[in-house]
Design a protein around this ligand. Structure first.
Ligand code: PDD
Length: 289
């Protein structure tokens, strides 16, 4: 089926969608993005994603390219046009197009907005059954990982390292030995008191929208949550481990640097949270239904 992309005010065939060579995201990675899940044709957690987008834009002093209600309309229209029932929507906003100069352009160009959609890939049954293997790598990123910037070089190098090691994800480790997060996922463990442990969303990690939903779901299910950093050593000895993201939902982790976690099998708490999260995705929230 043909699909459209949205580029600066126009819906254009995906294959012909393009931006200007002097778009500042292209030259400087001077832009931000969001990846949102689509389930049953509906955008999941739309408002938390727009809140995080607002945070990223404000921190970089990039203006909204249109009002929030207008952006919502464009997102929904693209999903409708492309007939996406289950999949994801990518949206990116850059500071705009201007002659190359590191400082912000004086003329304040119009921020550039692009959007694409993708149908969901088939869930990887083997990965779900076996759980994901994770390696650890030094976190070489900057001190503002709370901003969802398109500047992702450390993340892609880390993910490539994982792929080349036959793993699914790389958990990044700060200088103090604590795990910050995956290259495109948040990191969690379950300790020997069956408590969930995940890092507080400060500037060292992205405040994942899936992370927020899972925290809420855990609370409703009387699963205790502790927001604090954990070390690689603690993770390798944990009862369970898992990761969360819009595209992976809740994915059990069964090995870290080759050490088996939970006897090498997906843990019951991770599996339960996965089920609950998938149910949450499928049920429209009461306020926006
Ligand atoms: N990645 N941490 C990082 C560094 C991420 O890039 C992401 C999301 C997450 C999880 O956030 P969320 O639950 O809101 O998806 C954590 C997206 C999916 C990506 O870059 O494709």
């Amino acid at each position: 089926m043909s699909r459209d992309a949205y580029v600066n005010g126009r819906y254009v065939p995906h294959g012909r969608a393009s931006v200007h060579v002097e778009d500042r995201a292209y030259q400087f990675a001077d832009g931000v993005y969001e990846v949102v899940a689509i389930q049953g044709g509906r955008i999941v957690d739309e408002e938390p994603h727009l809140d995080r987008l607002d945070h990223s834009l404000k921190e970089l002093r990039i203006a909204w390219p249109m009002t929030r209600p207008a952006l919502r309309l464009v997102m929904r229209e693209l999903v409708r046009r492309n007939g996406v029932a289950d999949g994801s929507l990518y949206l990116q906003i850059s500071r705009g197009v201007a002659p190359r100069d590191h400082a912000f352009p004086k003329s304040s160009p119009r921020p550039a907005l692009v959007m694409t959609t993708r149908q969901a890939r088939k869930p990887n049954a083997a990965l779900l059954e076996k759980g994901a293997a994770v390696i650890t790598i030094p976190d070489i990123r900057w001190e503002r990982c709370d901003i969802k910037s398109v500047s992702l070089l450390p993340n892609i190098l880390g993910k490539q390292k994982a792929v080349e090691a036959g793993a699914h994800e790389a958990w990044q480790v700060a200088a103090d030995g604590t795990v910050t997060e995956g290259t495109s996922t948040n990191a969690w463990i379950v300790n020997d008191r069956n408590e969930l442990v995940t890092r507080k969303a400060d500037r060292a990690i992205l405040s994942g929208i899936t992370r927020l939903a899972v925290m809420k779901i855990a609370g409703e299910s009387q699963i205790k949550l502790v927001e604090r950093p954990f070390t690689v050593e603690e993770a390798t000895k944990a009862r369970e481990a898992f990761l969360t993201s819009t595209t992976s939902s809740v994915l059990p982790v069964t090995s870290i640097d080759g050490h088996k976690i939970g006897g090498g099998k997906p843990g019951p708490i991770a599996l339960r949270l996965r089920e609950l999260y998938l149910g949450y995705m499928a049920a429209p929230p009461k306020d926006t239904a």
